[in-house]
Ligand binder design. Sequence first.
Ligand code: ADP
Ligand code: ZN
Ligand code: MG
Length: 635
Amino acid sequence: MKGSLTKATARRTSPTKTAATKMVMIGWAIAQTIMIGTPAIAQTPRDPLSYSQLLKKIDAGEVTKVEIDEAQKVARVKLEGQKPNDPLVEVPLLERNPELIERLRANKVNFDSQPTADNSALMGIVANLLLFVLVIAGLLMILRRSTNSSGGPGQAMSFGKSRARFQMEAKTGVMFDDVAGIEEAKEELQEVVTFLKKPERFTAVGARIPKGVLLIGPPGTGKTLLAKAIAGEAGVPFFSISGSEFVEMFVGVGASRVRDLFKKAKENAPCIVFIDEIDAVGRQRGTGIGGGNDEREQTLNQLLTEMDGFEGNTGIIIIAATNRPDVLDSALLRPGRFDRQVQVDLPNYKGRLRILEVHARNKKLSSEVSLETVARRTPGFSGADLANLLNEAAILTARRRKDEITALEIDDAIDRITIGLTLTPLLDSKKKRLIAYHEIGHALLMTLLKNSDPLNKVTIIPRSGGIGGFAQQAFNEDMIDSGLYTRSWMTDRITMSLGGRAAEEEIFGESEVTAGASGDIRAVADLAREMVTRYGMSDLGLIALEGSSSGEVFLGRGLSPRSEYSEEVATQIDEQVRAIAMQCYAQARLLIRENRALVDRLVEMLLEQETIEGEQFRAIVADYCEVGQPANVVG
Ligand code: ADP
Ligand code: ZN
Ligand code: MG
């Protein structure tokens, strides 16, 4: 099974790569100028002459010699009274110049036509060679810099330093209305807008306006958007930089960038300074491998100095974003720095609905589409995922030449985002058969287990990312609404997750099982662990052995790695986890074995039609069970 809750995150390009690209660009630009400049250096024209002036001068007999250069489309002209060593005058020629030759003949002027195509081709080669040399030189320079970066600020190349890497937006155009589903964060930040708009109100009563706000939350939850909305609502400029851009390979650049940034901000106060990914600079000092990263520490120190250096009422408010508050240097969190912290969480059902509504504003949705249903089907999605979902659906709609987005496009877009792009079906029949048994194993257990969420569809059409097929569940709306996941729901989920492997082993034998179930097994281990350590659902009893992690694992989030118990307890936990998994696996295998005929029939059908929808699947199972098979024995 492949859960429908995993999402991919995109990474930004590394600073090294950007710098290299920059070098290449610069090299290219230089080569271009040389290429354009070369002919001019060879023969500097004196007073320029136009084509018609040239014709006149020929008629007047003022021209002694003309060299026509076809390739460059110029005529080099020697005029009456020019000294022999004087440069020739260049006259740009038209596409065709029949009358020029005529007049030259008529006036008996000495002329010469030379197609200098060879010459220019040679020049092209020279220019290309030059470009090549420059690129290599640039790359060598980068290599040298990065291997020898402890050279002190004086050695840093000036182009790295002078380029301001922060962006400024005079008007962000984003309002609080554009940010949805994170009402608490919005409320807290509403006050910041007032600080910027009416600082007197606070300073009059002696209140110190906070300097820094730290937004904490996973990627795509709208932290950048919120910061922009604050600037937008307050009508102040928005300066932004990413923490990773501070930390370059050039020593001293980070600190100077911080200085530049704050200098500009002070000139433009009141304003918002937004530092994205502050953890890239703001990590606990002195923890790096090999004595830490000097460059980063210098940058961080500069940032702290700057923050201390201005008074709270200068009208600059610094907003920083991170999803790793735990790694931040404690100096950053002291009063007078980022003393306000606002949590920006993944949206719940209501939040998702609001966000979908915001992004549906400018889209043409068919009236039959219910955003409520979409919101229910997308637990674990961030705001950015939801925005992306509607956009994907719109793209699919355009591709299918429809006028409005229907539920079909939305469904496909959800699959695309959560599972991957559809690929062409497999031809290899043995592998296909194995995948079919695996997925039917999941699908059948979803249908037979009483507390399991029902099957939405099962397919063996492969998806990008190495997915051979999947069985997908429809979400149980009540469960998601209430957030009350019961013990039996969890056990059934574990059993169902093991259904793929169970089918493989029942049908093909122990030696034939594949690595295809590794994801399933991982998910099982995580959930079983949660049951033991957080929910007290094992023989270890009602103890919470681990603090609340950022969320439930079955919503696609990781466990906090902290453990505050002894070796002995750890062993006990492992035993309990194993017991749960083994018990569920045994049940999964039993169900597959008892319904072997049904499994075979479903596999044949899946191989034939490649996808079975939930409805059809349940009908077949119900049909089979009426014949008296023990499908309802499961508790
Ligand atoms: P973060 O900075 O937390 O990683 P962003 O603010 O960059 O996330 O969000 C990326 C995009 O996702 C936004 O431009 C917006 O289109 C959408 N988005 C994210 N969260 C929300 C939200 N709460 N409301 C509306 N749109 C959102
Ligand atoms: Zn599986
Ligand atoms: Mg962001």
